[in-house]
Design a protein around this ligand. Structure first.
Ligand code: PMP
Length: 441
């Protein structure tokens, strides 16, 4: 901090503009949907780097500095990422005097690469089709670079406990402050690494027991415990299911795809796993069922809903391809707790549902949200219209449903799913008037 001045409203750098995002009441959307509860959207593209991942970049860097792992002027931050974590890291690396190398699969948007390079990061594109253990994958390339380049270090969002803790403290703290003394009746978010939903769910549960925020040591212990408890729960489930056939929740759902192969994101391609990179087993059944959710509502407890794209296994179903970036995987990252203790209900969404929601929100709320925000809203819509608990919430004034909108359209401007409907939009009557005034017909 600058000690020479005593400005109250002046930030010291862009690092201080990480987080502090608005919670916006989507009244117009609620009206369009015909619902009475408040849809409170945490709009993360307002953060300095343009996404929810800025928060974890800041916390992972700060903690690595404290523990002496990062040395300004010497360390080189290297991270395999699908983009947003890389942008957060590059933004802070630029301010703090670290060099930064981001390994990025070829399919990730040009916009993300342009932003990374603008922030001074080196970007290494890797083949989209390379599996995580292929020596040309973004994971293996990052590992090789970290080994060979003096000062190279991978902060590793998939295993770093500071990822969920960033949301436990900062994201949840802001939501809590914004709506206090009112309550959160439901919380909806997608999962990539799972840091967002795991941290927020833990904080919500703790706040309901008047024990939020735990001290850093306690919170770290608790989150680690939750993750290892999930491992035990998962082993039991796998034992009991062995031999009984493996029905999949996502079965039978067919998604039409009409986009360029370049646009299509395979959850296999995105896999970041290996020795320390995550778990591969199928998901336990996380749903408590309708009765359980209604009981929770009755007890005044918040319901946590995870949104997962069709083609990801985090919320159940088979591995497949999908376009939306940043959410879903074909393995379980260590920092995700997908058990029913953390997530009360998983809802699957398709790419098309997400695109549609992005367009609707741009027109109704003038919010320039990205693809996974569309998924989160599509999941929210299904929750509010297709489940008993959701319907009850939807029809009750004063209930607060919080939804996380992780990034903005800046990252996807050139993507065909966004571009086509914009350029192909039918001319409005204003367009005709303009043509007339300009004499162009
Ligand atoms: N949406 C986008 C656009 C993202 O980049 C990410 C991060 N992978 C997420 C959602 C999910 O966040 P988390 O990793 O905390 O689950």
């Amino acid at each position: 901090m600058d000690t020479k001045h005593h400005w109250s409203g002046v930030l010291d750098s862009a690092a201080d503009a990480v987080g502090h995002t608005p919670l916006i009441n989507l009244r117009r959307l609620a009206q369009t949907w015909g619902i009475k509860c408040n849809i409170l959207a945490k709009v993360e593209f307002f953060s300095a780097g343009g996404s929810i991942k800025d928060r974890i970049a800041l916390r992972m860097i700060t903690h690595a500095e404290r523990s002496g792992l990062l040395i300004p002027g010497y360390s080189v931050i290297i991270e395999p990422t699908s983009g947003n974590t890389g942008i957060g890291l590059a933004l802070l690396a630029g301010l703090k005097g670290y060099r930064c190398i981001i390994t990025l699969p070829a399919k990730m948007s040009k916009e993300k690469e342009a932003v990374l390079r603008s922030l001074g990061a080196e970007v290494v594109r890797t083949p989209t089709e390379a599996g995580w253990d292929d020596e040309t994958s973004h994971i293996q390339i990052a590992k090789r670079l970290a080994k060979e380049i003096p000062g190279g270090i991978i902060l590793d969002q998939y295993n770093n406990i500071q990822n969920p803790l960033a949301h436990y403290y900062s994201t949840f703290g802001e939501i809590q402050q914004a709506i206090h003394p009112q309550k959160i009746h439901a919380l909806i978010a997608g999962a990539g690494t799972g840091g967002t939903i795991t941290g927020l769910s833990r904080a919500l549960r703790d706040s309901e027991r008047d024990r939020w925020p735990l001290s850093e040591e306690e919170a770290e212990r608790e989150v680690r415990k939750v993750v290892s408890e999930f491992d035990k729960e998962k082993d039991l489930l796998m034992d009991s299911e062995r031999g009984s056939g493996s029905g999949s929740e996502g079965e039978g759902e067919v998604v039409e795809r009409s986009l360029d192969a370049q646009d299509v994101q395979s959850s296999h391609d995105q896999t970041i796993n290996g020795n320390s990179y995550g778990r591969h087993e199928s998901s336990p059944k996380a749903d408590e069922g309708e009765v359980g959710l209604m009981n929770k509502l009755g007890r005044g407890e918040g319901i946590v809903v995870g949104v997962d794209p069709l083609g990801s296994i985090l919320g159940g179903g088979e591995v497949g391809q999908y376009v939306i970036e940043g959410i879903g995987y074909d393995f379980f990252p260590e920092v995700l707790d997908p058990s029913s203790k953390c997530i009360d209900k998983w809802i699957k969404t398709t790419d098309e549902e997400a695109y549609e929601m992005v367009r609707t929100v741009m027109r109704t709320e003038s919010l320039l949200i990205g693809g996974s925000s569309g998924s989160a809203l599509a999941g929210l819509f299904k929750f509010l219209t297709q489940t008993c608990a959701g319907k009850e919430l939807a029809q009750t004034e004063g209930k607060n449903v919080v939804v996380i909108l992780p990034d903005g359209i800046r990252n996807y401007i050139s993507k065909s799913w966004f571009l086509d409907p914009v350029l192909g939009a039918p001319p409005s009557d204003l367009g005709q008037s303009i043509e007339k005034v300009l004499g162009r017909k």
